[in-house]
Design a protein around this ligand. Structure first.
Ligand SMILES: [Zn+2]
Length: 353
């Protein structure tokens, strides 16, 4: 790791000795990992361009509150109170890429602190820069106090792509981006994904969205169809759902057992059966495995003065080891003892009364 001290004009290197030893006054040769260094340079200069572009697009209130420059990506945190819109992000990205395409030489100057105090330079004055400062500028588009490593010309960045925008704290936004070959890899990966989707859907690229919308509609229609078929089957009696009809105090009471039925179908079936008997009570039990059952109770309006669906449901639910209730003409509830259903049906009078 190397640290530049602009105050003394010295660069300090921290090294780890893996083999042999290092003695005082010994001469050493330093080799920079060229490819890695180039990636960092691209991301660092791109960070400066991003900073200026954000100020141009969003306003001068933008202040850097942190940044990270890595070989594979760059991260920039700044003060701003809203989520950036897609349009703003596109403007920022386009502006940075414009400056890359203009292939502007990056300029480095060393000046005394007093000389630059009055200049309009983006700097973090909390940071110690010493008496002398280094100014990194890209024409008049970007001018920052910075001791970091940069490309010599913005054209070296190649390509700049924003990959995410998020919030890190109240009033602080974060933009992450990639440059150069990493940006190319990023776009390639997304294009490959699009190709996979296109192949899977068996349509040309410009019909992908329409195909997905069509598939969603087909799925929805199929689900509606399944529901209506389920209901028809249940009412037709072609499937052996146990059904029993008795009369209590001159009022017909219909009980029925079904399995794994959705609550809408259950409710609709109860309505249809109630219409079929004209006047009376309908109770449908819906088995959902060995330890779960739910049920609905329907009481036709003309007899709600004598029978209450909510109360009937409460009594049955207690027997089933569960709970629930509802209005006087309709109620639904459930329990954990489906083995009690036969007993309830044979003794339905005591639950209804
Ligand atoms: Zn910098």
């Amino acid at each position: 790791m190397s640290v530049f001290n602009p105050h003394k004009g010295l660069t300090t290197h921290k090294v780890e000795v893996r083999n042999g030893s290092v003695k005082l006054h010994e001469e050493v040769e330093l080799l920079v990992d060229g490819i890695r260094r180039k990636c960092i340079e691209r991301n660092h200069t791109a960070t400066h361009l991003l900073h200026s572009a954000l100020r141009k697009v969003l306003g001068d209130h933008i202040r850097q509150s942190g940044s990270l420059v890595e070989p594979t990506r760059l991260r920039f945190d700044f003060s701003h109170f809203q989520t950036l819109t897609d349009e703003e992000l596109e403007l920022v990205e386009t502006l940075v890429n414009q400056k890359i395409l203009e292939a502007i030489p990056v300029k480095f100057e060393r000046k005394h602190m007093n000389e630059v105090r009055d200049e309009d330079i983006v700097a973090l004055f909390e940071e110690k820069y010493g008496d002398y400062v280094r100014i990194v500028s890209v024409s008049d588009f970007s001018r920052e106090l910075c001791g970091g490593t940069h490309v010599r010309n913005t054209g070296e960045i190649g390509l700049f792509k924003i990959v995410s925008e998020s919030s890190v704290a109240s009033g602080i936004r974060r933009v992450e981006a990639v440059t150069g070959t990493v940006a190319l890899d990023f776009l390639r990966k997304h294009y490959a994904l699009l190709e996979d989707v296109r192949t899977l859907l068996e349509v040309p690229e410009d019909r992908i969205l329409q195909r997905i919308a069509d598939l969603f509609k087909e799925l929805k229609d199929a689900a509606t169809e399944t529901k209506s078929l389920q209901q028809k089957l249940m009412l037709s009696g072609s499937v052996d759902h146990k059904e029993k009809k008795v009369e209590i105090k001159g009022v017909p009471v219909l009980t029925k057992i079904v399995e794994n039925t959705s609550s809408d179908v259950l409710r609709n079936t109860a309505d249809t059966l109630a219409q079929r008997i004209g006047s009376g009570i309908v109770v449908i039990f819906n088995l959902l495995g060995d330890e779960k059952v739910n049920f609905v109770v329907k009481v036709t309006r003309d007899v709600t003065d004598r029978f209450n669906a909510g109360k009937i449901a409460g009594a049955i639910a207690t027997e089933l080891g569960g709970g629930g209730g509802g209005r006087s003409d309709f109620a639904q509830a459930g329990g954990r003892r489906p083995d009690r259903i036969d007993h309830i049906i044979s003794d339905i009078e005591s639950f209804v009364s």
